[in-house]
Write a protein that binds this ligand. Structure first.
Ligand SMILES: C[S@@+](CC[C@H](N)C(=O)[O-])C[C@H]1O[C@@H](n2cnc3c(N)ncnc32)[C@H](O)[C@@H]1O
Length: 393
């Protein structure tokens, strides 16, 4: 058997193990090639967007680089690596380990008993353990996020990702608050209730917290649907009430949430949270028409006037100014605030989140914050921000 035959045999075993699913992993070592600081390559199987790939981790002295390839390209790259620079490879399969070694031109191929019998996990999302498990959740199926086997439907992938991201953020925020039995959480403009269900399920069934979650929604069909699913899911502390955010009595709310409540409905929700003295207010605004109208009406001559020539920039300016003022108004009422992108804009353009955490140590109604609010309004030619009216500012 020539050296090349040995390499070819190694390659054949590799190809077969990928075909019959016995492949576990592969390592390449003893590198003497030209790439500075490259030490080894580790190869494992993964699934990305339902497609099987081989993930190569190139280990350098001080960093790792990961690249994913389809099976055919991966096999060719492994063979090339063994011709140019790497002198050792071990193929781990469920049946055996196959060790290829090139020691100063003397090549050997040795089959050893398998060190790992279990097939490799294909889950690329291994690192991303989802807080909201897709399987075994009847409410996810009833809300048409998963099929009857618990697999996330293709059309609902973004929604599922958003639900998880949102629960992940709230999980951290809620854990940072003092624990209070019977904590009341209100979700304003709850719509079809995806996020309301996810939060309730996570808090009660995973974190074993005693909470009451209420969704507020003016569409009766949504309220009826959500109440039916809550009953079917045996979620006694979750209910949905029909009504407007403006007319909702928020007294006793510890946490107030509003996700994509349209335009000034977000302001109404924030105001309800401030009035209730909620510990936590979390909003993801959507459409910023009120402030856009104010900015466009006044066409205030400021340094940013050149941006007013383009609709898209007016839109973006309105978003930032609306939400920036919301954060300032929250601070004025004693909340520490953070504004951040809560999910990539690949999934939704409505991806800014404002979080207000009540800060007992913060100065209430600080005149310096009020001056900042007024300066900002003057600069952009804003007469009133809806949240000012709602909070009596
Ligand atoms: C874009 S949907 C978002 C639904 C849900 N929060 C989510 O993120 O999946 C906004 C929902 O808020 C409701 N809504 C908007 N303004 C409202 C108001 N002033 N009072 C009650 N519900 C409102 C709408 O009917 C709609 O169902």
């Amino acid at each position: 058997m020539t050296a090349d035959d040995k390499l070819r045999e190694f390659q054949t075993h590799l190809g077969q193990s990928l075909q019959d699913q016995s492949f576990i992993k592969l390592t390449l070592g003893h590198y003497t090639g030209e790439e500075a600081d490259l030490k080894s390559i580790q190869v494992r199987r993964i699934v990305i967007k339902r497609e099987e790939k081989l993930s190569f981790t190139y280990r350098y002295k001080t960093r790792d680089i990961v690249k994913n390839y389809g099976a055919e390209e991966a096999v060719a790259r492994i063979a090339d690596s063994l011709r140019f620079g790497f002198h050792a490879a071990t193929l781990f399969t469920t049946a055996f380990d196959l060790v290829f070694d090139d020691n100063k031109g003397k090549q050997t191929l040795k089959q050893n008993p398998a060190t790992q019998a279990a097939p490799a996990t294909l889950d690329h999302d291994r690192a991303k353990t989802r807080l909201v498990a897709a399987k075994g959740q009847s409410w996810l199926h009833d809300l048409k996020i998963t099929d009857d086997k618990g697999a996330v439907l293709k059309a609902s992938q973004d929604k599922y990702r958003q639900i998880n991201k949102y629960v992940e953020i709230l999980d951290g925020l809620i854990k940072s608050l003092p624990e209070k039995p019977g904590m009341k959480i209100v979700d304003m403009g709850s719509g079809k209730g995806y996020l309301t269900f996810a939060l309730y399920d996570h808090l009660t069934n995973t974190l074993k917290r005693d909470v009451a979650v209420e969704g507020v929604e003016f569409r009766p069909d949504m309220v009826a649907l959500c109440n039916d699913i809550a009953k079917k899911s045996d979620f006694p502390g979750l209910r949905f009430v029909e009504g407007t955010i403006e007319n909702y009595d928020s007294k006793g709310a510890d946490i107030l949430i509003a996700l994509h409540a349209c335009d000034t409905a977000t302001d109404d929700a924030i105001a309800k949270g401030i009035t209730a003295g909620a510990e936590l207010i979390v909003v993801a605004p959507c459409c910023h028409k009120q402030i856009r109208r104010e900015i466009e009406k006044s066409r205030r001559h400021n340094d940013l006037g050149f941006l007013m020539e383009h609709g898209i920039f007016i839109e973006r300016q309105a978003e930032m100014v609306t939400d920036g003022l919301r954060a300032l108004i929250l601070e004025y009422f004693g909340y520490s605030t953070k504004v951040f992108e809560f999910i990539s804009d690949v999934h939704t353009p409505k991806n800014a989140m404002i979080v207000g955490v009540r800060n007992a140590k913060a100065a209430l109604k600080d005149p310096k914050i009020l001056a900042k609010i007024n300066d900002a309004k003057n600069y952009f030619g804003i007469v009133r921000h809806h949240l000012e009216d709602k909070t009596g500012l």
